[in-house]
Write a protein that binds this ligand. Structure first.
Ligand code: ZN
Length: 85
C-alpha cells in the first residue's frame, strides 16, 4: 500500500490538482497548495532544510481516517474534515 513515505502528493497548479513528487513539491511547486491524495487534507513538508533530502509530507492537521498516516489511522477511511477542493 502506498504511504506518505512514497512521497507523492497533489498540488493545485493553474487551478488543477495534479500528482507531483516530493522533489517537485520542494522546488518547482513549493508555493502551490498541496493535499493528501487519499483524504484531500492539506499537507505540509516537514523535516530538515539542511539539504539532505530528508523532507517528507505530513498532514497539516492530524486526521485518523487516512490510511496514508498508518500511525494514526483508525481503520476506517473518511474524508478529511478540512479537505482542500
Ligand atoms: Zn490523508
Amino acid at each position: 500500500m502506498a504511504t506518505l513515505d512514497d512521497q507523492t502528493c497533489e498540488a493545485k497548479i493553474e487551478g488543477v490538482w495534479r500528482q507531483i513528487s516530493v522533489a517537485e513539491a520542494k522546488s518547482a511547486h513549493v508555493m502551490a497548495p498541496k493535499r493528501c491524495p487519499s483524504c484531500h487534507g492539506a499537507l505540509v513538508l516537514s523535516g530538515s532544510y539542511a539539504g539532505n533530502g530528508n523532507r517528507k509530507f505530513s498532514h497539516r492537521r492530524v486526521h485518523t481516517g487516512c490510511p496514508q498516516d498508518p500511525k494514526r489511522y483508525s481503520g476506517t477511511p473518511s474524508p478529511h474534515p478540512q479537505a482542500l477542493i
